[in-house]
Ligand binder design. Structure first.
Ligand code: GLC
Length: 457
């Protein structure tokens, strides 16, 4: 007779089975990612190509010689950050303020969103006594944008829970400048970048091997330095191509899988998460990896185990029944402590109003969190491996930013491990790019204004 514990463990493993992919699955993900990237760079990108591979127009990386005072704006999650950065001798002095974006602003009219942003800039410049300074500003706008130049960037579609009317298809800089003009501010936006580009540029400021930027936060995405000769859809100055110069490509890899190519690994839990999201059928890879969704994937598994009668004696608390109530930070908190220390886990169960639980229940909850986060780290690793194959350098630093990567205890080591398994011959390192979004925007603003000055001179 199997013991009760063995029976429970077996049932849990059965439920987790679909989340545990094998090395060959990750190899396939890497290969599919590679194929999709190539399709996205074609002269006439295949409409079914999930990876849009947007050209960012960022062609040079900083070299530490950038100087000056810049403003930066960082919008990409539930907060807006306004920063003042001073670049001196390779050093960055930074002051910043965080302003929250209310849920109804995230889904309200676009005009209100941009007025709110301008009002926050105004508050910030007043606080810093900069009202009369004509400062160039870099804007990190972390959504899929088709760029037509450094300061011409059209939002293609919203992601990560944003859905403001009247912004999709529009030029972000025009919308921002209109709102700034209404506030009668002196600020002018000289560059719009994605947060991946910010992470990469900020890291490259001090590390010349940095060729890839990754975000693992509310959403996930990657950018990398591509050789223009490999960009079939390049329609800009051909001399740049003849010289084999590079340009940063924003892959928008979160949308990988939208065409169904990841169906071979998606689970019933992923499908449930997708169905209840604000953008069903979109951002499939992102929904398996990033902070906005991982907690919900775990909750889906936990609810199944409760319904099976395996967990919490089959009792489902109202809180745990609520979509999005199991935060991704719970995964980080639970996995951060040793298995025998249950302080964080108990705190989480308390917040979820789970009153009665056994030691076995605690082991199961942790096991679920680990299965969900491990798959996420391995999937992200498969994406990075595909990029390393494109970059083809003997050693590459990958700049990584985002709360998931920063706070999860084993994300870094699991990613490193899986990249090593997928590409045993490649040398790389994953490096935290702290504050990348803001610093990167200021650096791109610096490079672009210094380039303009150089061209005028
Ligand atoms: C989403 C956005 C992308 C951004 C990423 C990380 O995937 O579409 O632009 O880089 O989130 O914030």
């Amino acid at each position: 007779m199997p013991s009760k514990m063995t029976h429970q463990t077996n049932m849990v493993e059965k439920r987790l089975n679909s989340l545990q992919c094998e090395l060959k699955d990750y190899e396939q993900v890497m290969q599919l990612m590679n194929e999709n990237m190539k399709k996205g760079l074609k002269e006439q990108p295949d409409i079914s190509a999930d990876l849009k591979m947007y050209i960012t127009y960022v062609r040079s990386l900083p070299n530490g010689s950038e100087v000056g005072k810049f403003l930066a704006l960082d919008l990409g999650g539930t907060n807006l950050r306004v920063l003042l950065l001073e670049l001196i001798d390779g050093q960055v002095l930074l002051k910043s303020s965080i302003y929250s974006i209310a849920e109804n602003t995230m889904i309200g009219p676009g005009k209100e969103l941009f007025s709110h942003i301008a009002a926050c800039i105004q508050q910030f410049v007043e606080r810093e006594g900069l009202e009369n300074e004509d400062l160039p500003m870099g804007f990190t706008f972390s959504f899929p944008c088709k760029q037509f130049g450094l300061k011409k960037s059209h939002l293609v579609n919203w992601t990560k829970g944003f859905k403001c009317d009247g912004v999709e298809g529009e030029d972000i800089v025009t919308l921002l400048h209109n709102a700034i003009a209404e506030q009668k501010l002196l600020v002018r936006c000289v560059a719009v970048i994605n947060d991946t580009v910010g992470a990469m540029v900020a890291c490259a400021h001090l590390d010349q091997d940095c060729q890839i930027g990754i975000i693992l936060g509310t959403g996930t995405n990657a950018c990398y330095m591509e050789n223009t000769t490999k960009i079939e859809k390049w329609r800009e100055d051909n001399t740049i191509r003849q010289h084999g110069e590079g340009v940063i490509i924003n892959t928008e890899w979160g949308a990988f899988g939208n065409n169904g190519c990841l169906d071979f690994i998606t689970t019933e839990y992923d499908k449930a998460v997708d169905q209840m999201s604000k953008n069903p059928g979109e951002q499939i890879y992102e929904k398996m990896i990033s902070g906005m969704y991982l907690g919900e994937v775990a909750r889906q598994v936990l609810v199944k185990l409760i319904q099976d009668g395996i967990l919490f004696k089959g009792h489902l608390s109202n809180r745990l029944r609520t979509p999005m109530a199991f935060y991704t930070k719970y995964l980080s908190e639970i996995e951060s402590e040793e298995e025998h220390e249950l302080d964080n886990l108990k705190q989480v169960l308390d917040e979820l109003h789970v009153m009665e639980y056994s030691l076995t229940d605690c082991v199961i909850v942790r096991r679920v969190c680990e299965a969900v986060s491990t798959r996420a780290a391995y999937l992200a690793a498969a994406g990075v491996a595909a990029l390393l194959e494109r970059v083809e350098k003997s050693f590459v630093t990958i700049a990584v930013d985002g709360s998931l990567y920063r706070y999860h205890p084993t994300f870094h080591s699991k990613m490193t491990d899986m990249i090593g398994q997928l590409l045993p011959h490649r040398k790389f390192r994953l490096k935290l790019s702290n504050d990348g979004s803001g610093i990167g925007a200021a650096l791109v603003a610096a490079i672009s204004t210094q380039m303009t000055i150089a061209t005028l001179a």
